[in-house]
Design a protein around this ligand. Structure first.
Ligand code: SAM
Ligand code: SF4
Length: 336
């Protein structure tokens, strides 16, 4: 718990203490992954509806006073937002923020890695689903693999405290990428996480049988790369189940929201780029922090809005329920 907390901590009806906030800084992106956005005619929020850096900083300062100490910047693609390192510097300077991280597709990282590091960014997750140009293109529907690889190299050069690769796994498409990705990460001492495909694609085309499960991937890696053994779980609220190579060559994690939901330990809140607070990726309801801030609400009002949002959090995402309803927003409009 943060040392600056002077509002009550954020605890939901199920006793889950919320200390982790994902902040989407934009809904725009420079590629078009099929599991997230549509390929063409994507509608973005007008700039006036997107929170300013000052508004984001204010929101984060308030939740930091409620005990939130971990922030991850995401999007859309966060590096397409102009001057992101200015926001990083402002958030890094806030009392109570112990951990400031970024999730990026890596395309603009080579240009920005050094200034982000200098601004106070500690950890970077870089999305890399495929090492083959053809598969990258089938997923992203744009070129850019060489830029992502250059971004990874730049991140390593500037020595962030931690760099992790995130790969969404899709049955019928990325099986052949698993072993090359595992070797790539192992050779560079990078942590790798595989993420199951969730029903958050803008096209609404997700189907259960496209989910390549973490368990299947683990078997593939064990058979072709090296034996994996369960690793320690330092933070019970982390979404990934980590494994270590038995010979000591690094970590591979599995985020299995579909086959093994981890909602019982969820400690995450989300702020969308247009200023809505969400208690779950799959929430059907959101709380309007932008309207409150622009309407002259106080910090205490903002804290109460966050508390109301978390009070309404459900025990789980319910993807498997018969009455499951997808949220109106796709992943790029929420912030993964
Ligand atoms: N643009 C950045 C990126 O791609 O890393 C940050 C935003 S993106 C929405 C955050 C993460 O969500 C990425 O690792 C992406 O692969 C993942 N993601 C997007 N859509 C997903 C889906 N339908 N299921 C699972 N993961 C998804
Ligand atoms: Fe862009 Fe990230 Fe969505 Fe891919 S997953 S379209 S990179 S926001």
């Amino acid at each position: 718990m943060s040392k600056v907390a002077n509002f009550d901590p954020i605890i939901d009806r199920f006793g889950r203490l919320h200390t982790n906030l994902r902040v989407s800084v934009t809904d725009r992106c420079n590629i078009r992954c099929f599991y997230c956005m549509s390929d063409e005619h994507v509608e973005f929020k007008p700039r006036t509806e997107i929170l300013s850096y000052e508004e984001i900083e204010r929101f984060v300062a308030v939740v930091a006073r409620m005990g939130v100490n971990k922030i991850r910047l995401t999007g859309g693609e966060p590096l397409v937002r102009h001057g992101l390192s200015r926001l990083v510097a402002r958030l890094a300077a806030l009392p109570g923020i112990d951990d400031l991280a970024l999730t990026t597709n890596g395309i603009l990282l080579e240009e920005q890695a050094a200034e982000l590091k200098a601004a106070g960014l500690r950890r970077v997750n870089i999305s890399l689903d495929a090492l083959s140009e053809a598969t990258f293109r089938r997923i992203a529907r744009r070129d850019g693999l060489d830029r992502v690889l250059a971004g990874i190299a730049a991140a390593q050069r500037v020595c962030f405290d931690k760099i992790r690769l995130n790969a969404v796994a899709i049955r019928g498409l990325t099986e052949a990428e698993v072993v090359p990705l595992a070797r790539f990460a192992r050779d560079r001492s990078l942590e790798l996480r595989f993420i199951e495909y969730m029903p958050l694609d803008a096209d609404g085309a997700w189907q259960t049988d496209q989910v390549l499960t973490g368990e299947e991937i683990r078997r593939l890696i064990t058979a072709e790369v090296a034996q994996l053994v369960p690793a320690e779980r330092p933070d019970p609220s982390q979404p990934a189940t980590d494994f270590a190579y038995a010979d000591g060559g690094g970590l591979v994690g599995f985020i299995n929201p579909v086959s093994q939901p981890f909602c019982g330990d969820c400690n995450r809140l989300r702020l969308t780029a247009d200023g809505k607070v969400r208690n779950c990726l799959f929430s059907l309801v959101e709380w309007d922090a932008r309207a409150l801030m622009r309407g002259g609400g106080s910090d205490r009002d903002l804290a109460e809005l966050v508390r109301d949002c978390v009070a309404a959090k459900k025990p789980g995402h319910g993807i498997d329920d018969e009455d499951f309803i997808r949220p109106d927003r796709a992943m790029y409009q929420i912030g993964g």
